[in-house]
Write a protein that binds this ligand. Structure first.
Ligand code: HSE
Length: 444
């Protein structure tokens, strides 16, 4: 059978990895796919660099629309990123009847409903394994491997940059700003790291996992997003003394009231495998009612790990692209007619309705009755305390200090109740600084 013809839009890190892995493993890939997979065209603004990467046998153009206009191209691989031109090109490729493979989590998390609808109308595939956790086949696991289950929750370290920063903060006892600068100097963090450090990239990925775990549309606008910029070395140290590590988790959970969808730093028991995922690595834990807890670990970014995911989508398309669309795996795992409408019986819950436990760090004056007042306010709000740690004032504020840190771990409570209690505690004259609140996930 004639090799399937692929057009790459963008040949940066992932595009060149895709080209190299396809070339290196072409025999194995052909034996799996049942036909060859050939990159026939590459579009990139830097045509000279693109030519130096792919040689003379591949047509290189500066205008991506030349790829879309070529009737011989079966699949377009979008590796441009972002919502702008990438969205236009993906929709145009679909309109031209081409299958699309994309690593663009931002695009699908925000515009997925429109894109999947357009693809369904044209009978083409939009595949996106590379959009979540790079080389880890988590989309395939959720969409295919776990189809027997009612998924209960998914929690992942799905941003390598922030996990690298948190690992360095813990290892070296340094604050966030210092580690970020070092990570940028070493090339681990982008010059503009906003999407990573503010949790937006992780929220894009969590949004996609939420949709395929529960059969709901992508709803990035309903995700709660909090990054790691306010974390202090002290929090990491205190968490460790209490038996926890702090990780930026993307969490989506089924509850009686609806779906939780949130990204924020979380204390995780140090004994959990996911708490020990260090550096730029990713890991996702999925809990299903039949299978129990499963863990997926690997590289979440990088040239060949992400290419591995892109090529697995190309193999799926090579096997299935002539099949009746009804026989393909639905893009969001559930048949599109069976997705629960946004706001329907599985609404994404506002953060005030999320139930979780908390770590609180409260800077107080070290005097009689302060702890009693704080625990009294928590008790009145129905919030049960799990553990309290009080540091020596000298250790916190230097010799002779009259201030200290109170660390309180709570049991599960509604976030809205915690918000009200914290506002009251913050108003006490003996509370001397903004309270640090970090959510805690036992993941059991
Ligand atoms: N910037 C992401 C990360 C990789 O740091 O994990 C691409 O999503």
């Amino acid at each position: 059978m004639k090799p399937i013809q692929v057009g790459l839009l963008g040949i940066g890190t992932v595009g060149s990895g895709t080209f190299n892995v396809l070339a290196r493993n072409q025999d194995e890939i052909r034996r799996r796919a049942g036909r060859g997979i050939e990159i026939a065209m590459v579009a990139d603004l830097d045509t000279a660099r693109a030519k130096s990467l792919v040689g003379n046998e591949v047509k290189v153009v500066g205008d991506a629309r030349e790829v879309l206009a070529n009737p011989d191209i079966d699949v377009v691989v979008e590796l441009i990123g972002g919502y702008g031109i990438a969205k236009a090109l993906v929709l145009e490729a679909i309109a031209a009847g081409k299958h699309v493979v994309t690593a663009n989590k931002a695009l699908l998390a925000v515009h997925g409903t429109e894109i999947f609808k357009a693809a369904a109308e044209k009978g083409v595939i939009v595949a996106y394994e590379a959009a979540v956790a790079g080389g880890i086949p988590i989309i395939k696991a959720l969409r295919e491997g776990l189809t027997a289950n009612q998924i209960q929750w998914v929690a992942g370290i799905i941003n390598g940059t922030t996990n690298f920063i948190l690992s360095e903060m813990r290892d070296k006892g340094l604050d966030f700003d210092v580690v970020l600068k070092e990570a940028q100097r070493l090339g681990y963090a982008e010059a503009d790291p906003t999407f990573d450090i503010e949790g937006v990239d992780a929220a894009h990925k969590a949004t996609l996992m939420s949709a395929i775990a529960f059969g709901i549309p992508v709803q990035f606008d309903k995700a709660y997003v909090e990054g790691i910029t306010k974390l202090a070395a002290a929090d990491i140290k205190y968490a460790e003394q209490l038996g926890y590590r702090i990780k930026l988790l993307g969490i989506t959970k089924r509850t009686d009231k609806g779906i939780e969808l949130r990204v924020h730093p979380s204390l995780v028991p140090a004994k959990r495998l996911i708490a020990n995922v260090e550096g730029a690595m990713n890991a996702v834990v999925v809990n299903g009612d039949a299978v129990g807890t499963t863990l997926y670990y690997g590289k979440g970014a990088g040239s060949e790990p992400t290419a591995s995911a892109v090529i697995s989508d190309l193999v799926d398309i090579a096997r299935l692209h002539e099949a009746d669309p009804a026989h393909r795996v639905p893009p969001l795992a559930f048949q599109s007619s069976s997705l629960v409408a946004a706001g329907g019986e599985l609404p994404v819950l506002p953060m005030a309705d999320v139930v979780t436990s908390y770590y609180l760090r409260i800077r107080v004056s070290d005097e009689a009755g302060v702890l009693a007042k704080i625990t009294g306010i928590l008790a009145n709000a129905g919030i049960s305390i799990d553990a309290v740690l009080q540091r020596e004032a000298d250790e916190v504020g230097g010799e002779g200090s009259t201030q200290t840190d109170l660390i309180i771990l709570t049991h599960d409570t509604r976030e809205g109740d915690m918000d009200r209690a914290l506002a009251e505690i913050q108003g006490l004259p003996t509370v001397l600084a903004p309270i640090n609140r970090i959510r805690k996930e036992e993941l059991n």
